[in-house]
Write a protein that binds this ligand. Structure first.
Ligand SMILES: *[C@@H]1O[C@H](CO)[C@@H](O)[C@H](O)[C@H]1NC(C)=O
Ligand SMILES: *[C@@H]1O[C@H](CO)[C@@H](O)[C@H](O)[C@H]1NC(C)=O
Ligand SMILES: *[C@@H]1O[C@H](CO)[C@@H](O)[C@H](O)[C@H]1NC(C)=O
Ligand SMILES: *[C@@H]1O[C@H](CO)[C@@H](O)[C@H](O)[C@H]1NC(C)=O
Ligand SMILES: *[C@@H]1O[C@H](CO)[C@@H](O)[C@H](O)[C@H]1NC(C)=O
Length: 374
């Protein structure tokens, strides 16, 4: 039996680029599709008071800059907060939940930082921790780098692939035992004033049956496949991720349900408070930073978001607030991926989408060797 080499390779290339834009949050419509958490978050015991949408909008803590189109989500830096009060801030989450087979790409010009500031860009399933949590950006105070993590129920651990760029910390992802399984970013400019002065950067997360992978690029290093393309993306060209959680020791489909995206800026709380002295000097987090004048301490406590995009593979689900589940591919398909996917098991598709370029190139080599012999 003979196959055409070019046809088979074309089929593979189709898989590798089979992530289609499913949703874009940006510009004047950014806040459509997000809910504002309204009130105090007792689960985190922080010192932020989250405002509902109307209050956050009128306090200018969540708005779209009409000239640049950039989206600002920030902590109140104009109020004199008396002792025993909380400081106003924002927490928003997407109404839609995105299933396994999704890639989240987020471009920021600025991330929140400052003493007591505890920002996060993360995802969570409907039931926590049963359906998992992925922390894409999370830092406290004046920490010099981003820290990524997973939080799950008991049984998921982090086996670090040798190609991972970041440095693994805790390897037990069991949410109830603290930090989750963490990875410290090793690339420069992933957080704080360095991130901002480098022009910001892009964070991408592949939520795949083969594992969960997080990439970070400072502005100058953002791959052209991301900056030039806004309809399809191809994680197989991105090289080694900063954090890689293979499914071998944390079965993604067992520990993770469809995820919603969350952006928040908390203040103090267990992590920022207990590590306050490491980067913010003597004194207590709340007393030193949160109360009294908001400026200049909170002048940098804001996200400046260019866009957040969700890309989906053929079989990825999007669960809308009404409970409707759609395979979104039909809505965005260019029609090119359909034929090939129909004849390939989803497991093989996942393998082809895995970021391991080594796996990828050996598969191609094996295929070519096989074809040459036939
Ligand atoms: C997960 O946390 C619970 C509660 O702390 C503990 O009982 C359980 O042993 C932990 N599981 C693992 C694998 O660490
Ligand atoms: C995608 O890029 C094209 C060309 O740069 C632009 O015209 C279009 O508006 C962009 N679409 C989105 C959704 O950003
Ligand atoms: C914050 O940390 C300080 C110093 O470690 C500690 O004394 C204080 O009790 C902590 N405050 C809270 C609210 O946990
Ligand atoms: C609050 O911070 C912004 C920058 O985020 C700054 O432009 C503004 O002047 C600050 N407000 C006050 C009252 O200082
Ligand atoms: C998509 O395919 C993967 C790989 O087999 C599978 O784990 C996942 O559950 C599928 N998702 C849907 C919504 O069918």
């Amino acid at each position: 039996m003979r196959y055409s080499t070019t046809a088979l390779l074309a089929a593979q290339v189709t898989f590798a680029s089979a992530y289609q834009l499913a949703r874009e949050y940006s510009g004047k419509n950014f806040f459509n599709g997000w809910d504002f958490f309204d009130g105090y978050d007792y689960s985190q015991s922080g010192d932020a008071m989250y405002l509902g949408q109307a209050a956050a909008t009128s306090a200018n803590l969540a708005y779209v800059d009409s000239s640049s189109g950039s989206v600002i989500v920030k902590v109140d830096n104009t109020t004199n907060v008396p002792w025993n009060d909380k400081r106003n801030s924002v927490e928003i989450s997407t109404q839609d939940f995105y299933g396994i087979g999704s890639v989240f790409v987020a471009d920021f010009a600025h991330l929140p930082y400052g003493c007591s500031v505890w920002p996060a860009f993360w995802t969570r399933g409907k039931v926590w921790p049963d359906q998992g949590e992925i922390d894409i950006i999370e830092t406290v105070n004046l920490m010099g780098h981003n820290q990524m993590a997973l939080h799950t129920t008991s049984g998921c651990t982090h086996t670090t692939p040798s190609s991972q760029v970041g440095s693994s910390g805790e390897t037990n992802c069991n949410a109830t035992s603290g930090s989750g399984c963490t990875v410290a970013e090793q690339k420069a400019n992933s957080f704080g004033s360095d991130f901002a002065s480098a022009g910001g950067g892009v964070f991408a997360t592949q939520f795949d049956v083969s594992g969960i992978y997080i990439w970070f690029w400072s502005r100058a290093d953002v791959p052209s496949t991301i900056s030039a393309s806004n309809t399809t993306i191809d994680p197989s060209t991105w090289g080694a991720p900063s954090a890689a959680y293979p499914t071998s020791s944390c079965e993604v489909s067992k520990y993770f349900g469809a995820q919603q995206l969350v952006l928040d800026i908390n203040l103090c709380g267990p992590w920022a408070n207990s590590t306050y002295s490491q980067t913010c000097g003597t004194g207590e987090c709340y007393l030193n930073s949160v109360i009294n004048a908001g400026s200049p301490n909170y002048d940098n406590a804001y996200f400046d978001i260019s866009y957040i995009r969700v890309f989906s593979a053929d079989n990825a689900s999007v669960v809308t607030p009404s409970g409707t589940t759609t395979g979104d591919h039909t809505a965005t398909s260019t029609g090119s991926a359909g034929t090939a996917s129909a004849t390939t098991s989803s497991g093989a598709m996942a393998l082809l989408k895995s970021p391991s370029t080594l796996l990828w190139s050996s598969a191609v080599t094996l295929l070519l060797t096989y074809l040459a012999g036939n």
